[in-house]
Write a protein that binds this ligand. Structure first.
Ligand code: GDP
Length: 471
């Protein structure tokens, strides 16, 4: 249909031309490059493929080591529903008002900074691994440290496992917060035990993972938890260069009745200032005003600062990056190009791996790791399958099982696959409708099996470049 309108001919004519060439196509079907050339030729057109550079004019120069200074860590809270994520974020927000700054945090802008004994920590205010991985799937790695919260009157639950695996897949260090210790039924040893059964041995038990018993509701030991987060962050030696044009990530954005488009962004490098020309996703604009989480007007935002920005001409998506540009014109140009590209590609930004492609990619030498997510009906078969798949690793390619769990294939699995370029294997389970839809949109491969041996064989053949094409 798009090709027909470009050539200004009828859609049915294009479909007929395709059929004459032996291509059975529907109106919305995408043609590959070769087919496009041949079909267009039938109508007297010549197709030329151009690459659109949407990065030109963006300052991507590496910082010199001497320009870098320490920056505060950015922290996300994840865990099972009702284990206390919101309570923890609320309590930290309430109690850690930055010294010398009047007023508590009045607004939810998607992130906030607190002061812990003179050091800052920035929290992302949308808890949960879904938000975390959704941003990663859009290419934004924002979090430096993850707090995994587990209620001590409950257990390590399916979403706790998910949160841990999502953080691990992103290689984000974790600090465990064992919550609700004020409750009579709390059993913190049981939680440590369950974590160690997953190979996450906490420090108190001689392992390498920091943990802290807390009560998010009563505010017990939150200072100790934050100290541990800072310790973890120190080891990462986080640095940024405040003396360059800002770049960062959009945390959330909306259209506000009175103020126009407002976006909360997190500055990752450089300093953002009022008056700067900003480019984010397919939008651009000059920063008219900036506010912090206290609703106070500010004029500049150094690295790791969350800030609400007025002045963009649209609402970019959470996880979109932003850059400050030299002039409005080049910002607008790139925004327009991106929009055009998006329309042409139907929002697809990245091509994800499929089993069919693995052999070819290994052969040309640019594929070193195969990430797999396994969902199944019973734990025993999932473990057996995971073990066998990991054993298929060989010199050229390492097989990683980045997440495995009982249950149907969910949207969160698909997001993780998109963020980590993984293939999903379902054993005796199916994807939910929403997961299937998302997988189609993100082009994530889901392989369903009812016999373990078939799954192992397919992956083995894929690695050896011998997978029979799917007909
Ligand atoms: P979320 O779903 O992980 O965000 O969990 P919430 O923060 O909404 O907490 C779920 C419930 O547990 C709420 O009723 C909280 O008041 C309660 N809760 C959270 N932390 C604690 C705690 O430390 N002690 C007690 N007794 N209750 C807590």
């Amino acid at each position: 249909s798009e090709l027909a309108s470009m050539m200004d001919v009828g859609v049915t004519d294009v479909i007929t031309a395709c059929m004459n060439l032996g291509l059975m196509v529907s109106i919305n079907q995408r043609l590959d490059a070769e087919a496009l050339v041949v079909v267009a030729e039938e109508f007297g057109y010549k197709i030329e493929f151009v690459t659109v550079d949407t990065q030109e004019a963006i300052d991507t120069e590496e910082d010199k080591p001497e320009d870098l200074v320490p920056r505060p860590p950015i922290v996300t809270v994840m865990g099972h529903v009702d284990h206390g994520k919101t309570s923890l974020l609320d309590n930290i927000r309430k109690t850690n008002v930055i010294a010398g700054e009047a007023g508590g945090i009045t607004q939810h802008i998607g992130a906030y900074s607190v002061n812990v004994n003179g050091r800052r920590i920035t929290f992302l205010d949308t808890p949960g691994h879904e938000a975390f991985t959704a941003m990663r799937a859009r290419g934004a790695q924002v979090t430096d440290v993850a707090i995994i919260i587990v209620a001590a009157d409950d257990s390590v639950m399916p979403q706790t496992v998910e949160a841990i695996n999502h953080a691990a897949a992103a290689q984000v260090p974790m600090v465990f917060a064992i919550n609700k210790i004020d409750k009579p039924g709390a059993n913190t040893d049981k939680i440590r035990e369950e974590l160690s059964a997953m190979n996450y041995l906490v420090e108190d038990w001689g392992g390498k993972y920091q943990s802290q018993e807390i009560s998010a509701k009563k505010g017990i030991n939150l200072d100790k938890l934050l100290e541990k987060v800072l310790l973890e962050a120190e080891m990462l030696d986080l640095k940024a260069n405040p003396n360059r044009m800002a770049q960062g990530v959009v945390i959330e954005s909306t259209l506000d009745k009175g103020r126009g488009y407002v976006a909360t962004v997190l500055v990752q490098n450089g300093t953002l200032r009022v008056g700067d020309v900003m480019l984010s996703g397919t939008y651009s604009g000059r920063v008219k005003a900036m506010f912090n989480e206290r609703g106070t007007r500010i004029t500049e935002a150094p690295p790791s600062t969350p800030v609400l920005v007025l002045g963009l001409n649209g609402a970019p998506q959470a996880g979109d990056t932003f850059n400050v540009m030299d002039d409005e014109r080049s910002a607008r140009d790139i925004a327009n190009k991106r929009e055009q590209l998006q329309r042409m590609q139907g929002l697809r930004t990245q091509k994800h791996i499929t089993l069919d492609e693995i052999g070819r990619r290994i052969a040309i030498g640019n594929f070193k790791e195969l990430n797999i997510i396994i969902k199944g009906d019973v734990d025993g078969s999932i473990e057996a399958l995971a073990d066998s798949l990991i054993k298929l690793s060989k010199e050229e390619v390492q097989v990683n099982v980045i997440h495995k769990a009982v249950g149907p294939i969910s949207e969160s699995d698909v997001l993780l696959a998109a963020a980590s370029n993984a293939v999903i294997v379902g054993f005796q389970v199916r994807p939910s409708t929403s997961a299937r839809r998302l997988a189609e949109k993100e082009e994530i491969e889901i392989r369903l099996y009812s016999i373990i041996y078939d799954a192992i064989n397919d992956i083995k053949d894929a690695i050896e470049g011998m997978l029979a094409p799917v007909m």
